[in-house]
Design a protein around this ligand. Structure first.
Ligand code: CTP
Ligand code: MG
Length: 395
């Protein structure tokens, strides 16, 4: 994908990682404590880079800016031009303010995320961004409170609190950039989070569902929990546990120009209809691989409004898919895809298609093809269908 086609992101994510981690007491700033082979910060950034395209600003302790930049570049992969690191302040609020000063001019929405919520899944980011896009100015991911809650005074219980009125706040919290800038400029005292600051400036805040995995690593017990979550997802007895995903896609004939299917052009065959080239085989592979890594589906990452995917071929989709799953900490094992179509005839070009798809994805892709004995829409030649299964491994 050539760089001039990549749009300037309209969203920025500020990852605050400048705290000292007093309560964790791990002998290093919390964001730089290891969870497995990777630090808290690196895991947090893997989630950020697997979420929709955004400028990413890491706010680090002043003496850790260099380390943070190394981590951020590694997590970003080919997207390293989107990342910057700035030094934080004495409080979380000062650290967010430092991050805000580094937001690019064209950015319209800003998400603020605690690095300490290292295992927050990408779909929470996508959810917050979607709520902002639907017109909300301030969006907060929340979880229901499950414990019975009491108001206390020292060790005396004063009263029970109705938990149905309560919600536990998480990050990333999302805001219209103008509103967040104005609230920060006007802030006269410290608030516990950005939603509280914006609300005190008079903006209504709306909730979206958070996720259990977005818990904040605060105490040593939280660190154990994070390591256990990762341990359950990753190698057991030295054998990495694979994860599978399934994907299907259908496109109708009736597009312009040549047919593109399974990553190759088929001159003389009728083209498929679609926002991109209508390559159902490539799209089924993308869905299967993203599903295996738990990263949503093709619509989560390849919006039809994104200009660089208009007319794009399989190589663009598969290369980006590989970047996404790599950033999320997975390696692709293999993919098997079957196409159902009366035409084109795959037998003579199956090996060529496998080679093109495997190169683009960076993992073996096997292609099989079948007709359906004249039955259904593929049988009468109205369109093609593709079904893919993918295996990924935690790295
Ligand atoms: N944070 C920050 N700058 C600060 C304080 C906090 O960027 N001056 C960040 C932390 O790095 C963390 C998030 O804000 O990702 C939430 O803060 P918290 O969990 O309180 O982290 P620490 O302040 O590091 O921990 P502690 O309060 O135990 O010292
Ligand atoms: Mg703190």
């Amino acid at each position: 994908m050539s760089s001039e086609l990549v749009p300037v992101p309209r969203t920025a994510v500020i990852v605050v990682a400048a705290g000292s981690g007093q309560r964790l007491g791990a002998g290093a700033p919390k964001a730089f404590v290891g969870l497995d082979a990777h630090t808290v910060l690196r895991h947090a950034l893997a989630g950020v880079f697997a979420a929709p395209l955004a400028q990413v600003i890491v706010v680090a302790p002043e003496d850790r800016v260099g380390d943070a930049l190394t981590e951020a570049r590694e997590a970003a992969g080919e997207r390293h031009d989107l990342v910057s690191v700035v030094a934080g302040g004495a409080t979380r609020q000062e650290s967010v303010a430092a991050g805000l000063r580094a937001v690019w001019p064209d950015v319209e929405r800003v998400l603020v995320h605690d690095a300490a919520r290292a295992l927050t899944p990408p779909h929470v980011f996508a959810r917050v961004i979607a709520a902002l896009e639907s017109g909300k100015d301030a969006v907060l991911p929340v979880l229901p409170v499950v414990d019975t809650v009491k108001r206390v005074d020292g060790d005396a219980v004063r009263e029970a609190v109705d938990r149905s009125e309560l919600a536990a706040a998480q990050t990333p919290q999302g805001f219209s950039r103008k509103i967040l800038d104005a609230a920060y400029a006007a802030a006269s005292r410290d608030h516990t989070d950005d939603a509280a600051l914006v609300q005190s400036a008079g903006t209504a805040v709306w909730t979206v569902p958070g996720d259990e995995r977005g818990f904040k690593i605060t105490t040593p017990a939280d660190l154990d929990r994070a390591r256990a979550v990762l341990g359950a997802a990753a190698p057991s007895r030295g054998v990495p546990m694979p994860r599978v995903g399934v994907g299907t896609d259908v496109h109708a004939f009736g597009g312009e120009g040549d047919l593109w299917l399974a990553g190759v052009a088929w001159p003389g065959e009728r083209a498929l209809h679609g926002h991109s080239d209508g390559d159902a085989v490539a799209h089924a592979i993308v869905d299967a691989v993203l599903a295996a890594a738990g990263l949503g589906d093709i619509g989560t990452h390849f919006g039809t409004e994104e200009v660089q995917y208009a007319g794009a071929h399989a190589d663009v989709f598969l290369a980006r898919t590989r970047e996404l799953v790599t950033a999320a900490g997975f390696e692709i094992g293999n993919v098997s895809v079957q196409v159902q179509a009366r035409r084109p005839r795959f037998a003579a070009r199956r090996a060529e298609a496998e080679s093109v798809l495997s190169t683009a994805l960076g993992a073996p892709v096997s292609v099989s093809a079948t007709t359906t004995d004249g039955l259904g829409f593929t049988g009468v030649g109205e369109g093609v269908a593709a079904f893919a299964v993918a295996v990924v491994f935690p790295r």
